[in-house]
Design a protein around this ligand. Structure first.
Ligand SMILES: C[S@@+](CC[C@H](N)C(=O)[O-])C[C@H]1O[C@@H](n2cnc3c(N)ncnc32)[C@H](O)[C@@H]1O
Length: 321
């Protein structure tokens, strides 16, 4: 554990605890609750637990691909690199890069979950002496700035693992990649994990682990609303639901009301029918070429696309076009 005090660039994001925002989602048809409500401190730890489940092939396959091909990345053009990770969580995968990419001089983890950010940044600063660790606590979908020190490094390498890009609709994914492209400058690069489109029988178990962590993670959003907005969701009366939409190539994750019921948010009633779905998240799956096209339209040039033998997952490397 590091003893070095770290400066946190804190944009104090929190979860959007604005009553009107939540109510606007619950007034929609179908109702929706933002994925951000799963990521309070407990949610961030639950996600780490999901990654350890045997059904969750995404994380371990991604790490295996990174480990297998890291030497190719290490051979990329020199200069000192600022490695910038969006949604860094425990920074577990980042260690593969930090262990083997001597060009990385600074690491900028960005996460909305402050406790995990502070803990993992301190651990990395202790482990990699000489690495400048510049943690940013921010919602990367809202306005925030990179620490000024980032400008002293000659290249920026954005790291966006976990197929988190798949949680966005394809148009939004393109817009997000374009914002990254703008931030990275003409010498920058992007290393991104993208789950592959395949037989749903291979994909779906990842969303339904036998230990029941995925349901806890999904329903954690209701606990979060109970705490943040004084709501009275009874979690036992809701359940985790997911299905594969073959036409769209995406897993659809929702919460279903087990019965007809009324819930109150700061005294305002919200009615649910039996079987009614609250939309939570999509997880889009892409072919390598489909994703290269989206990234290409956003200003990124494909350099490499690595996959595992079973074609479950891809790690793709782009440079600024
Ligand atoms: C799915 S986890 C991925 C963690 C890690 N990058 C990995 O691949 O294992 C998503 C992480 O992103 C963070 N996160 C989600 N949405 C965010 C946002 N809009 N802004 C900042 N962090 C966010 C969560 O707190 C969580 O730590």
């Amino acid at each position: 554990m590091a003893t070095t005090p770290l400066e946190i660039y804190d944009f104090a994001p929190g979860v959007p605890s604005i009553y009107e925002e939540v109510m606007a989602g619950l007034r929609k048809t179908p109702k929706e609750i933002s994925a951000l409500y799963s990521y309070d401190e407990r949610g961030a730890h639950l996600f780490e637990d999901i990654c350890r489940q045997p059904e969750y092939y995404l994380g371990r396959t991604e790490i295996a691909i990174l480990e297998e091909h890291i030497d190719e990345l290490a051979a990329m053009p020199g200069g000192d690199i600022a490695l910038i990770e969006y949604g860094s969580g425990s920074s577990r995968k980042t260690r593969v890069l930090l262990d083997r990419l001597p060009q990385v001089a600074a690491y900028v983890p960005i996460d909305i979950s402050k406790e995990m950010l502070v803990q993992s940044a301190a651990e990395l600063a202790g482990r990699y002496r000489g690495l400048s660790v510049l943690p940013v606590c921010a919602d990367y979908d809202q306005a925030f700035e990179l620490p000024p020190a980032v400008s002293q490094y000659s290249r920026r390498l954005f790291f966006y693992p976990g197929s988190t890009i798949g949680n966005r609709m394809p148009d939004d994914a393109g817009a997000f990649l374009r914002r990254m492209r703008t931030l990275c400058g003409s010498e920058g690069a992007l290393l991104i994990g993208v789950d592959l489109r395949k037989d749903p029988a291979l994909t779906l178990p990842a969303y339904d682990d036998a230990a029941g962590i995925s349901p806890s993670f999904n329903l954690n959003a209701l606990s979060c609303l109970n705490r943040e907005l004084g709501a009275d969701f009874d979690l036992a009366r809701f359940q985790h639901h997911f299905c594969y939409n073959e036409r769209e190539g995406r897993v659809e994750i929702s919460i279903v009301s087990r019965e007809k019921q009324v819930v109150h948010l700061q005294g305002t009633p919200v009615w649910f029918d039996e079987g009614e779905k609250i939309w939570r998240a999509y997880a889009y799956k892409y072919s390598v070429t489909d994703f290269q096209r989206i990234a290409g339209d956003a200003g990124w040039r494909s350099e490499r696309a690595w996959t595992d033998d079973r074609q479950l997952f891809s790690v793709q490397y782009f440079t600024a076009a």
